[in-house]
Design a protein around this ligand. Structure first.
Ligand code: ATP
Ligand code: MG
Ligand code: MG
Ligand code: MG
Length: 461
């Protein structure tokens, strides 16, 4: 059986189609709900009707290339039930998919359940025969899903693959990236959380699952990380060629940078394809930040474009587009729009970068001469305000020189300016932390409309 990313996607869908699921088409990264920034999981899509499998998680941006398993853009395959099957079938099928369809050895699979969820523990243990020493009980943070302060919620259960079973069963941390990878997450939506915090059982119970395609590909293709799967690696190879380096021979930090490029290029192309164009607010700022980071890192790696202007994002985007057929066939039809947008944004940013870079170098030298281990908030703000130099990049460059930024000072400057301008325009989202906040806040929206639905579904390729 083939283990290419494309066939894993197809095998997943066929597996659930054979178990009575209706296959629904993939939908946009831009949710229909305007209060939701970007699709971070399959579930949100259900507020209207569609299922989605392209996901963006800006809160994982710091992990990109640093852990073996996180991207900002990834595909989540999901099977869903609305008042149809529940825990029993969801768990049994997930187990069959993993062990029979994908052929993973049962003894390499570990399970997490929510600490109080004895029912789920019993299904794994008594019915499927998973030994108790491979089932971990985790707390609310990891294994309890809520849609907000109140509303539908319930325990989760996850399946992990063990790359090093020889390490045994004592002192096990499922979060250990070198040993384990979580690949399948099952959410059992069984309660409604009320204003007083109490949990009331839902009449209609729902199942929402997510299986990370790149993670499964990584396991089955036996490569060291998600980036080296056939879903992402061709982009990395292209970037390496343009930079005239060999990925295999490269040092760790170069590899990390190449992985970041591989990830960000995918995110950028799919965002633009779904109609998110670079700007200074909201979603547009997410894509702008990803583009700028890719450009800066590409330059650091010495990537050269092959056209007169020397832009390289369009070349890498072509590679992403080539791989897009089975992820989202719409992407190819939007090629020229994507390429044009990227060329323009890259040129604009490069000129900003060149001016900002010079000034920042000067500021960093001054700080180091004065033996100050940080850059003042005023300096960072000047770069941002006058030269349009993104503060995240100032922070990254400064950190590369062992210098930190006085972010409090920076924020004070921002605040002052805001007050002075007295303009009521939308705030620019500045940091990864804020990015995470946006995506967290959106979960506060209620889920309506399940009560009338009763169906099971699976995400289509
Ligand atoms: P982790 O604990 O590894 O960060 P998670 O628990 O945050 O993962 P979920 O929210 O449960 O992830 O998402 C469901 C599935 O989607 C995960 O089991 C995993 O296979 C996949 N996934 C989640 N985040 C990422 C990511 N940043 N990159 C690639 N795949 C991911
Ligand atoms: Mg996570
Ligand atoms: Mg997890
Ligand atoms: Mg999880």
């Amino acid at each position: 059986l083939s283990t290419s990313g494309d066939s894993i996607r197809k095998r997943f869908l066929d597996f659930y189609a054979a178990r009575g699921h209706k296959v629904l088409p993939s939908s946009s990264l831009v949710p229909e709900d305007p209060t939701v920034l970007l699709t971070i999981a399959g579930m949100l899509q259900f507020k209207p009707i569609f299922l989605g499998k392209k996901c963006i998680r800006t809160n994982d941006i710091e992990n990109v290339g640093r852990t073996s398993r996180h991207q900002t853009f990834f595909e989540m395959l999901g099977n869903f039930s609305f008042g149809d099957y529940f825990k029993q079938d969801a768990i049994k099928w997930a187990w069959e998919l993993a062990t029979l369809e994908f052929g993973l050895p049962a003894e390499r699979l570990w399970i997490s359940v929510y600490e109080d969820d004895d029912e789920t523990f019993a299904i794994w243990h008594d019915q499927l025969g998973v030994p108790a020493n491979r089932i971990k009980r985790l707390g609310e943070e990891d294994n309890f899903w809520t849609s907000g302060v109140t509303g539908p919620c319930g325990p989760c259960s996850e399946i992990y693959y063990d790359f090093h079973p020889e390490k045994g069963h004592s002192d096990v941390d499922l979060g250990d990236d070198a040993r384990f990878i979580e690949f399948y997450n099952l959410v059992f939506m069984q309660y409604n959380k009320k204003d007083d915090g109490s949990l009331e059982p839902l009449k209609q119970k729902n199942i929402d699952t997510g299986l990370g395609l790149e993670r499964m590909a990584r396991i089955l293709q036996q490569v060291p990380n998600n980036y080296e799967t056939d879903l992402i690696f061709p982009i990395i190879e292209k970037a390496s060629n343009l930079a005239n380096i060999s990925y295999t021979l490269a040092d760790e930090s170069t590899k990390t940078n190449l992985k970041i490029i591989g990830d960000h290029m995918r995110a950028i192309v799919y965002l633009i394809s779904d109609g998110v164009f670079p700007s200074n607010i909201g979603r547009g700022y997410v894509v702008r930040r990803l583009i700028r980071r890719a450009v800066r890192i590409g330059r650091l790696l010495g990537i050269k474009g092959d056209n007169i202007e020397g832009t390289f994002l369009p070349i890498l985007a072509e590679e992403v587009i080539k791989l897009s057929t089975n992820i989202d066939p719409e992407v190819k039809t939007r090629t020229s729009r994507i390429i044009d947008e990227l060329k323009r944004e890259e040129l604009r940013f490069v000129s900003t970068l060149e001016r900002g870079e010079k000034l920042l170098e000067q500021m960093l030298t001054d700080s180091l001469n004065k033996k100050l281990p940080y850059l003042s908030g005023k300096d960072a703000f000047l770069l941002y305000d006058t030269y349009g130099y993104p503060v995240e990049i100032t922070k990254e460059v400064a950190e590369e020189h062992g210098v930190s930024i006085d972010m409090d000072g920076f924020n004070i400057e921002m605040e002052n300016q805001r007050r002075q301008s007295q303009a009521a325009h939308t705030t620019v989202k500045l940091s990864v932390e804020n990015g995470a906040e946006i995506t967290e806040n959106i979960r506060d929206t209620e889920f309506l409309g399940y009560s009338t639905l009763s169906s099971k579904a699976v995400v289509e390729g």
